[in-house]
Design a protein. Sequence first.
Length: 126
Amino acid sequence: MTNENLAFAPIADDAAAVPAGAFLDEMMARVGVDGLAAAFASPGLLARIDQHAAAVREMLLGAGRGVDGDGLAAYARSVVAGAVRVGRPIPQPGAAPATTTEWLGAGWPLLRLVAVCMMAEAADIL
């Protein structure tokens, strides 16, 4: 796969080599800021993001991982890898859905990553 096809090419060719904090910062820039702004403007979207966050927490704890920077980054990496594998890479910063309506129609990977960002922000990881 060429560098241009990787969802995280601006950080590194191998996203797994990127430190957890830097990876989560990149997620916040790509989807978190816009997704959270939309969620805070829409109770329905916020409820969906909260449900995703609960599922992420449950998965991490069920896998024996911490709900910390390393656990959240590892989970986010798996979501990004899956999205890339099916041809739906995560948007570059500034290219995420722009309106609350667009966020309401966003796919599972984007909503899951916004939930990860919300969790990281709430835990003072970001």
